[in-house]
Design a protein around this ligand. Sequence first.
Ligand SMILES: *Cc1c(COP(=O)(O)O)cnc(C)c1O
Length: 232
Amino acid sequence: MSDARTAQIAEALTAVRDRITAASLAAGRSEPTLIVVTKTYPADDVRRLAELGVTDVGESRDQEAGAKHAATADLELRWHLIGQLQRNKANAVARYADVVHALDRPGIIDALDRGAAAAGRRILGLVQVSLDQPHVPGRGGADPDDALDLADRIAGATHLDLGGVMAVAPLGVDPAAAFDRLARVAERLRALHPDARMVSAGMSGDLEQAICAGATHLRVGSAILGMRTYAG
Ligand SMILES: *Cc1c(COP(=O)(O)O)cnc(C)c1O
C-alpha cells in the first residue's frame, strides 16, 4: 500500500520516532519499543504500519483486536492487548494476543492462563499498576501494594510468563511523578523476578516523561494515526 494515508502515517511515525530518540538521548537511556495503538483504525492501517517497519501493535478491545488480527494474519506482528480484559473474553484473547498488559486481579490472571492452555500458547502478562493517589478501586490497575502478589501469580501460572508492569498516568497529575512511582514498583518486582524487565508506560502526550522514568515499551496511538473520533 502506498497511498496518501500511508504517506501521512509515515510522516507522523517519523515525528514520533524523532521524539523517542531525542528523549532517550536526553535521559541517557536506550530506546524503548514502540507499540502503535491502532484502536478505532482499520486493518489497512495495521498493514501500512507493518510496511513502515512497525513490529508491535496495541488494541484495547477483544472484538476489534481479534478481527484486525484475523485480517492481517499474514503479517509478523506482535499483538498487545492494552485494555481492561473481561473474564469472558480471556479465551478469545488468548488465541492471538502475545502480550496482555492490564492484568490487575487474580481472577483475570487465572482466566487468561486457562485460555492460553486451551489455545496451546504462552502469553506474556504485565501487572497493571494504579498510579492514582489514593488508589481508586474499579478504575483499572492494582494498588501498588498488591502488585507483587499479582506478579507472583502470573509467574506461577503454567501458560503465562511475567513481563513486568504497565500503567497509565492519571489525568491532571504530573506524569513524571506518576511514572517515578511506577519505576519504584518495577524495581521491587525485578528484585524478585529479575527477567521481568518490561515497563509499559507513556502515550502520545507523555512519552518523554515515561522514557525519563525508564519505560521499555511505549503505547502511542493518536500522535501516529490521528485523533480518534470515539473513545477506544
Ligand atoms: C488508547 C490508549 C493508548 C494510546 O493513547 P494515545 O493518547 O492515543 O497515544 C495507550 N494506552 C492505553 C491503555 C490506551 O487505552
